[in-house]
Design a protein around this ligand. Structure first.
Ligand code: P6P
Length: 362
């Protein structure tokens, strides 16, 4: 069937008609084909990274199926327990965590896994009790899950490193406490009006949209890049009174009538959704430190570092207000940091305000 736009809904072949009625056929690329095609970027790759990304692709489809029908079955709502963050675990949180862990273990391609929903990291032992795999994965299996009950989009965030401890031995905490600059790949799945998988391996950012009828992700957003300027700021202004003075001053700057301002305030309360919109439309996401979260709320290892990798690959910037996020040396698995990510010029403006007003306080 060919719709008006010329895109066939079954084979993924896109047929477009030019003004002089020339027909051009562009084969829509599936995520699987793209991963194989880009494997060439890793000359020494044994295909393990491709297999790892494919296991994430599979898990994303399984979680998407549940997220999309959460309103119909008793999987919405809070699970009985809390995670290490002291946050009420939503049933879908627990489900998504299990699905991603199982998908990664089944493929026997990782040696370790860390998750927001797990108190400590998981040492993955292969069938032969050894484990010669070299990759570890850190993830937030379902970020923004408090939004599930109100049908607001949520996401999965993942970050991939090579282990630094000896192959064949159990993984160590140091394998997980690597700075973000060591990431091999990072990405997110956004379960929104459509489900997308967006990832980078250090060669740009590419977005794939799921065709739910076929269960296939197609390349829909090649080479994603921040617009030159951004006019959106995303922050929970309900915490205004707790913010550092520099952030209060930046918020007022965004609201002033001057030049291309006032900016637009957009805050979904789901990092993946706010970041995804800002990367496409231009904007900045802020989660400052505050009296409630003295070190910020977002977790360095499996929220800030992967999003920072994507942001930098898309021409943006990610900072804790003073330093590049990806150069921070992690101290512990669930470490929180202040987080500012988006258009480079917007993040740099925030850093200037923080520097100016921090100095005034001292
Ligand atoms: P607040 C979700 O819990 C999350 O980690 C991010 O996805 C989101 O941006 C932020 O916290 C929302 O936090 O305090 O504004 O509700």
């Amino acid at each position: 069937m060919t719709s008006d736009t010329g895109r066939t809904e079954t084979t993924g072949i896109q047929i477009t008609k030019s003004s002089d009625n020339q027909i051009t056929m562009n084969q829509l690329i599936t995520l699987g084909e793209f991963i194989i095609d880009r494997q060439a970027h890793f000359p020494y790759s044994t295909g393990e990274l491709s297999s790892l990304l494919n296991s994430i692709r599979l898990a994303a489809k399984v979680v998407n199926h549940e997220v999309n029908k959460a309103g119909l079955v008793d999987i919405i709502g809070a699970a009985e327990n809390e995670n290490i963050q002291g946050e009420q675990q939503q049933k879908l949180d627990v489900f998504a965590n299990k699905v991603f862990i199982q998908a990664l273990i089944n493929r026997e391609i990782v040696c370790g896994i860390a998750s927001e929903e797990e108190d400590s990291y998981i040492n993955v032992v292969g069938k032969d009790k050894g484990n010669n795999n070299k990759y570890i994965v850190l993830m937030d299996p379902l970020d923004g899950s408090s939004n599930i009950d109100v049908n607001v989009s949520v996401g999965t965030i993942f970050s991939i490193y090579r282990r630094i401890s000896p192959v064949g031995k159990p993984v160590t905490e140091d394998d997980f406490l690597q700075p973000g600059v060591n990431q091999i790949a990072a990405g997110y799945v956004i379960y929104g009006t459509s489900t997308m998988l967006v990832y980078t391996t250090g060669h740009g950012v590419n977005g794939f949209t799921l065709n739910p009828a076929l269960g296939v992700f197609y390349l829909s957003h090649p080479d994603m890049f921040f617009p030159d300027k951004g006019k959106i700021y995303s922050i929970n202004e309900g915490n205004y009174r707790h913010f550092p003075k520099g952030i209060k001053k930046y918020i007022k700057y965004c609201q002033e009538e001057e030049g291309d301002r006032p900016y637009t305030s957009r805050y979904i309360g789901s990092l993946v959704s706010d970041f995804h919109r800002n990367m496409i439309k231009g904007g900045v996401y802020l989660y400052p430190n505050s009296s409630r979260y003295p070190n910020g709320k977002l977790r360095l290892l499996y929220e800030c570092n992967p999003i920072a990798f994507l942001a930098e690959q898309a021409g943006g910037k990610a900072s804790n207000g003073k330093q590049r996020i990806m150069e921070l040396k992690p101290e512990e698995l669930h470490q929180r940091v202040p987080f500012y990510v988006g258009n480079k010029c917007m993040v740099e403006k925030i850093e200037k305000y923080i520097k100016k007003y921090d100095r005034e306080r001292t």
